[in-house]
Design a protein around this ligand. Structure first.
Ligand code: MN
Length: 290
């Protein structure tokens, strides 16, 4: 695996957070490695709030899991379940967003899902060559039109894998997905709204109401950030949120975070901006989750 996330100074027994990578997608291996590498070079002390972001988190990285086929994606669920059974927080580094669908299946059914994503991922059925790359496992396996990176949230909603959900930072979708989100009661909060002070404060209140006293799973698709600060993604969408909006939103989650992930980074050559941002986002999530 190369370097573990955040240096593995604790053993699995001593840890309260267990990280794992999911090798799903054509560039997943180097992308997940890039986040781990970057995590060695960032300051864990937050000078603004004057505290160590890893004050309470004791992270142990178990390395990568490699699904051999789509039928084998249950190994993600099994890995997350075993971490939960130990009473620890699973932290997944993706891979495509399809991995989140399988990690969620390990969570309690009454979980509240908080998704950061430029996309709704609520399509009934969809496939394009980028999705094929994102969910790539091997030459001989075809990607499922109904269960992939662009449809996972719809399937998870239909199958009641979570109790309620909210998607933050959306700026790409169509009428069909909007209709579904209304029908399913999944608020889609656009990045446009989050970029205004009023809209951001409203989203903070929404998150407070949705998550207070609840179990929460947080999924971060790094394409939620503006492509100027997170260029290493598959589907860069203009006018994304900044890191400030992200931290403010994460800090307004009031429930107990039971699992989280950082997905959809796709390493690009000669540019490390996105993986440093992703690693910093991991710290932010951990400082709030444990
Ligand atoms: Mn996305």
């Amino acid at each position: 695996m190369g370097r573990p996330l955040l240096t593995n100074i604790y053993s699995r027994e001593e840890s309260n957070v267990v990280a794992f990578g999911v090798i799903l997608g054509k560039k997943a291996e180097e992308s997940v490695r890039a986040i781990r590498d970057a995590s060695w070079f960032i300051e864990t002390f937050d000078i603004t709030s004057r505290r160590n972001l890893l004050e309470r988190a004791r992270v142990y990285d178990v390395g990568d899991i490699r699904p051999a086929s789509y039928a084998d994606l249950d190994c993600i669920t099994k890995t997350a379940s075993s971490i939960l059974l130990e009473g620890k927080l699973p932290l997944m580094l993706g891979g495509g967003h399809l991995a989140t669908y399988y990690a969620l299946k390990a969570m309690p059914r009454d979980v509240t899902l908080v998704v950061f994503d430029a996309h709704c991922d609520l399509r009934e059925s969809y496939i394009d060559e980028k999705i094929v790359e994102l969910d790539y496992i091997g030459e001989d396996v075809e990607v499922d039109k109904r269960l992939n990176d662009a449809t996972w949230l719809r399937r998870a909603s239909e199958e009641k894998v979570f109790k309620r959900a909210v998607v933050l930072g959306v700026r790409s979708g169509d009428e069909e997905q909007l209709d579904y989100s209304k029908k399913a009661g999944i608020p889609l909060i656009t990045s446009e709204r989050l970029l205004s002070k009023k809209g951001l404060n409203a989203a903070v209140r929404t998150l407070y109401k949705l998550t207070r006293g609840k179990k929460v799973y947080v999924s971060l698709d790094v394409d939620v950030f503006d492509p100027s600060i997170a260029p290493a993604v598959d589907h860069p969408e203009p006018s994304g949120i900044g890191f400030r909006e992200f931290t403010k939103l994460v800090r307004s989650i009031k429930g107990k975070i039971v699992g989280c992930d950082v997905v959809c980074l796709r390493k690009i050559p000669d540019n490390e901006v996105t993986e440093f941002l992703a690693a910093r986002a991991v710290l932010e999530l951990l400082s709030h989750a444990v």
